[in-house]
Design a binder for this molecule. Structure first.
Ligand code: SAM
Length: 273
């Protein structure tokens, strides 16, 4: 294990991560930094975190900076995570929006989509309920971590990953066996548009969205960053669109222009009238 950083170096690293990714790490998380950056040191042939910091202090930003940011992201995800948001999507949200749009394709955004289990879950739910609409719909997947987006594009998952939450009939219907792994079929992969995006920086070129999933990422940001991201997402949403957050997240004291609503077992948000 590499010798730890002195308090000033640790503070510098926290500021770097906050500035470049909006992720907040405090002094209680030094173990997290040491554990997550140990493989990066090994890859770069460095012995200490101080040596890594010397590289991080150089500008312009390079692949080393990106590697460190990626190492510090938490990419935990699974198919049908929490289950009820996808029941609500199938039973309440999709029927309403498909009817309102007269069967036109939907624009769905999965922000902070990690390795893709969440957007492919949405794709399967849509495809099962409204196959024609699914064929015309796009799911934008964005994440700050390019490595997880590359995995999303490939759509390759291990046995362990498909065992977590994916019902067997959907595995057999929408995946092909590829050696030890399972690959999402082309009919779902072509619904996906995967792009690197740091949510903390204003974006452009994003279509008006009918549905936005931004789950289990706001927890890593401070309140000002949450406000600015949610405010920009609101402006990128259709007036009758729906926003899904993670189970531990809410918009209380964050954005009063979103109204909280219940559908099925889910709490979700609509733009206030
Ligand atoms: C815990 S995962 C959530 C995945 C999925 N939404 C879910 O709920 O299962 C959090 C994701 O947020 C991404 N992330 C962290 N900071 C980000 C930022 N500033 N901009 C965009 N994505 C970010 C991470 O790379 C990670 O893939």
């Amino acid at each position: 294990m590499s010798p730890s950083l002195d308090p000033q170096e640790f503070a510098w690293l926290c500021t770097f991560l906050r500035n470049e990714s909006a992720i907040i790490i405090d002094e209680t998380k030094e173990y997290l930094v040491t554990t997550r950056l140990a493989p990066v040191l090994k890859e770069l042939g460095l012995k200490t975190l101080s040596e890594l910091l010397t590289q991080l202090k150089r500008r312009p930003l390079t692949a080393v900076h990106q590697r460190v940011i990626e190492a510090m992201t938490t990419n935990e995800t699974s198919f049908f995570r929490d289950l009820h948001p996808f029941d609500t999507l199938r039973n309440d949200i999709l029927p309403e929006l498909v009817k309102k749009r007269g069967g036109a394709g939907l624009n769905i955004w999965c922000a902070a989509s990690s390795t893709g289990q969440e957007p492919y879950t949405i794709a399967m739910v849509l495809r099962e309920a409204f196959p024609d609409v699914a064929a015309r719909s796009k799911i934008l997947c964005t994440d700050i971590n390019n490595t997880v987006l590359e995995r999303t594009k490939q759509g390759l998952y291990t046995q362990l990953e498909v065992n977590r939450g994916l019902p067997a009939p959907l595995l057999l219907k929408y995946f092909d066996r590829k050696g030890q792994e399972w690959q999402v079929k082309e009919e779902l992969r072509r619904m996906i548009d995967a792009r690197v995006m740091n949510l903390a920086i204003p974006w452009s070129g994003v279509a008006m969205m009918d549905i936005v999933f931004i789950r289990n990422v706001l927890i890593y940001f401070d309140i000002e960053t949450k406000r600015s991201i949610i405010g920009r997402i609101r402006k990128n949403m259709a007036l009758d669109g729906f926003l899904f957050l993670g189970g531990a997240e809410s918009l209380l004291n964050i954005d009063s222009d979103f109204a909280r609503t219940m559908a099925g077992k889910s709490t979700l948000y609509k733009r206030a009238a």
